[in-house]
Each structure stands twice: as C-alpha cells, then as structure tokens.
Design a protein around this ligand. Structure first.
Ligand code: AMP
Ligand code: GLY
Length: 426
C-alpha cells in the first residue's frame, strides 16, 4: 500500500513512524512532513487547504490511503471531497458531519445529551442572547466555564472564578475575538477531577480501543501557567484501572459509536475523547476527531500490532475482525519547546544532539516544529521535538526520555521536568 500522512507535527511524525514499520507498506509519503519524517518517508510539499493540489499528488503518487492528522482539513470537508473525487482512496478521518463533534461544541453537547452520554450540564447562547447569557452566569456557581462554539486553536475555553471576568469574556467572544468560532458560546458546569484522554479507531459501527494517555497541558511545572498544545504525555495512566475503563466503554464509547451510526454519519477514523474522572465516574469534556498531540506519540509506542492493518480494516468496514495488541510497558513523551512558547518565540535556532546515536533503543525523537536550514536542523515552531521512551515502568520511561533530552540543545530550549511525576505514587 502507498500511504500519505497529512500534517507536519509530532502527532503526524508518530503516526508515520508507526506506519513505516508495517509489512503492508510499499511507500510512505508525508505532506508536508518535517526533517524527522524525511528520514523514513518521502516529504511532499503542499498546502493542506488546497484539496485540488493534494488530489493531483495523490493521483501522481498512486496513493491508496490518506491519513489525515489535524482537525482543520476534516472540519473543512477533505474526506467528503475525496469520497467524491477519488472513491477508491481509503481516507482515515471523518466527513464534515462527523467532524462537527470537534468543530462545534454546541453540536457535540447536543449529541451527548441526545445519546445520554455523561457530560457537564450546559446551555448555548448566541450573540443576540448576551443578556440572557449574563443572567445565566449569575444563576450558576463558579468556576464559570465558557467555550467558543467553533475551532479556536485550543484557546476557546475560559475557566474563571470571577463573575466579572466571565462577563467580559462572554462579551469578547460575542464581540468577535475568535471570529465566527465565537458566534455561539457554550456555558457549562465545572467538572472537578483528573483528566484522561481515551482513543478509539472506528469504522462507524465497530471500534478498537487504543491505549489511553494523560496530557500535561500547562507550560509550567506542577501544572501552572498558561495552556499549551501539550507539554508531555504518559501511557498508561495508573488511575484508569479496569473498572474505570469498563465504565468508559459502557457509558461513553458504545453510546458514542451507536450515536454516530444512528445519526448516519459516515465515520472512519479516530475519536479522541477528553474525559474527566470525577470520583470514579467518567464525564466527557470534549470530542476530537483526530489523535491528540502529544498523546499520539506515547500511544503509538504501546501499539504492538500493525496499525496500518487496523487502519485498512477501518477503511474497508472490517474492524470487527481486528485485534489490537497493546504493550504492558509504559511510555513517556516530553516536549521540548521554544523559549517564550505559548507566547511569542523566535525561530531558526540550530538544534544539536539529534543525530548522535546514544544507544537508547527504546527512545524515539519525533520532530514537531523543525525545519532544515543549510546543513542544520533548526527550530521552526513552538513545540519543537517530542522525545518518547518505552520502558518497563513509568519511572524508567521518564528517565530514558529525560536522559535523551539532556543531550539535545537549542537556544531557549524549555521542557517540563515533571511529566509523569504525579502518577509515580499511584
Ligand atoms: P477543551 O478545549 O474543551 O478540551 O477544554 C480545554 C480544557 O479546559 C480541558 O482540557 C479541561 O482541562 C478544561 N475544561 C473544559 N471543560 C471543563 C469543565 N466543564 N470543567 C472543568 N474543566 C474543563
Ligand atoms: N493534547 C491535546 C490535543 O491534542 O488536543
């Protein structure tokens, strides 16, 4: 099979790396990919929003399967485009209808209500209802959770204890701070607990449970400071024991898949469910229609079976016959980021210590925000590298990732030193 992975971040690097090891693979392409993927795949430069150009490359390269990494092309209908344009192409990623589970918080909340899937109580307001929304804030208890309805690059959720600030945020969202994404605002009950990311691969009727993971979202040690795209991840998560995961499947995964089927969504791809464990009971915080980043890096390291075979089964509707093999080992991913991230940061710093083989066979460096400049690999994004290790215990995996990171350098490099620490004593 010839496979094209769309995207250029750590998530896509990890998906491509895993697919590259499949005996079913003939040729692997990454679009646009990065200097890391160039070492095991052919990078093809193209804009991800230019579906016509992507289609030309797919025909020229005889691509059999397109794996869509990020959410934007999915929400913009890339899957529907290719279903019509090249019906024989296997596309991993839902159509526009399924992608609304991520693209519209209001749609996702209504879906959950309609299918009795546990989630925080909520109401949705439009800009014309700003006074009603304000009055609603007064009725409920803090902390206040406000969510812009549409995609807002991970910045559309505001949580505050201050009623005044909540009102200001509401006005700013309705005032266009997130453009059309803030035309509707969801106000919901605050859920208190520990977060967990759960992943399934589905063909719209059956599903495979992938390993779950925990993401560390804030920039600072001890979960402090502003939110980022994710500073690290671990898998598995010790508090998600068998009985909790049984509740997740029973109360959340199965009703979600049944809902997708009953609403007639043509859904082939990943579902990433952000959950809160509230005193042992799972509640959905959000759906995403793609893998998480940096969860994906830790998750793929624990999949022992052939992911490409599972993807092909999802695309051909035969997932019920598949069995996934998951490693009992632990994986830990630590993100190295540019100084200043998630605020403004400089790019173009030379990265050292990448190519040297330190003999740590269970550690993989996934490139995220890197580029080539002359003979050097340089920084080109906020999240630069994801260092992922697989080991017999969480502690050993942590040590391996931090050991490898210590040998990498670029001006302004920053990473959290406490990824996975909170789970060591569980
Ligand atoms: P989202 O973009 O929906 O994932 O929200 C971003 C983050 O805000 C989540 O990962 C949670 O940490 C937090 N969050 C969202 N909704 C809630 C809620 N109802 N209660 C508590 N925390 C929340
Ligand atoms: N790590 C969170 C996300 O990918 O949305």
């Amino acid at each position: 099979m010839n496979v094209l992975v769309l995207g250029s971040g750590g998530r896509e690097s990890a998906l491509a790396w895993k697919i590259a090891g499949s005996p079913l693979l003939e040729h692997l392409y990454c679009m646009p990919g990065n200097p890391g993927t160039a070492s095991f795949a052919t990078n093809v430069d193209c804009s991800l929003s230019d579906f016509e150009s992507i289609a030309r490359h797919i025909s020229d390269l005889s691509v059999d399967m397109l794996v869509v990494g990020p959410e934007n092309p999915l929400v913009d209908g890339i899957t529907d485009f290719f279903r019509e344009r090249i019906p024989s192409l296997m596309v991993i990623g839902p159509g526009r209808d399924g992608a609304r589970l991520e693209g519209s918080k209001d749609f996702a909340k209504a879906f959950m209500s309609g299918h009795s899937i546990p989630t925080a109580a909520y109401r949705t307001f439009e800009a014309s209802q700003i006074e009603e929304a304000s009055a609603f804030l007064e009725e409920i208890k803090p902390p206040y959770v406000l969510k812009a309805d549409g995609l807002a690059a991970g910045k559309g959720v505001i949580i505050t204890h201050s009623l005044e600030e909540a009102r200001q945020e509401l006005a700013s969202m309705f005032g266009g701070r997130f453009g059309d994404a803030g035309a509707k605002v969801v106000i919901e009950e605050y859920l208190s607990g520990i977060e967990l990311s759960v992943f399934v691969l589905t063909d719209g009727k059956d599903y495979l449970m992938l390993p779950h993971a925990k993401d560390y979202k804030r920039i600072g040690e001890g979960d402090t400071g502003p939110n980022t795209g994710g500073m690290g991840s671990v898998s598995p998560v010790t508090f998600a024991d068998e009985s909790f995961m049984a509740k997740v499947e029973e109360r959340i995964i199965r009703p979600t898949i049944r809902g997708i089927l009953s609403e007639g969504m043509n859904y082939c791809g990943f579902i990433f469910i952000g959950l809160m464990n509230c005193g042992g009971d799972p509640y959905v915080i959000e759906y995403n229609v793609r893998m998480g980043d940096p969860e994906c890096e830790s998750v793929v390291r624990r999949i022992d079976s052939d992911l490409l075979e599972h993807l092909r089964a999802a695309a051909t509707g035969t997932l019920s016959l598949e069995k996934i093999e998951v490693s009992p080992m632990s994986s830990v991913t630590v993100m190295a980021v540019s100084g200043g991230y998630p605020g403004s940061y400089k790019k173009g710093f030379t990265i050292s210590g990448l190519d040297v083989n330190y003999g740590e066979e269970n550690t993989v460096i996934f490139h995220a925000g890197t580029a080539v400049s002359g003979n050097n690999v340089v920084t080109s994004g906020g999240r630069v590298l994801a260092v992922t290790s697989l080991a017999a215990s969480l502690d050993e995996a942590r040590k391996a990732s931090y050991g490898r990171l210590a040998k990498i350098g670029f001006e302004g490099i920053f990473y959290r030193s406490d990824i996975g620490c909170d789970l060591l004593d569980f």
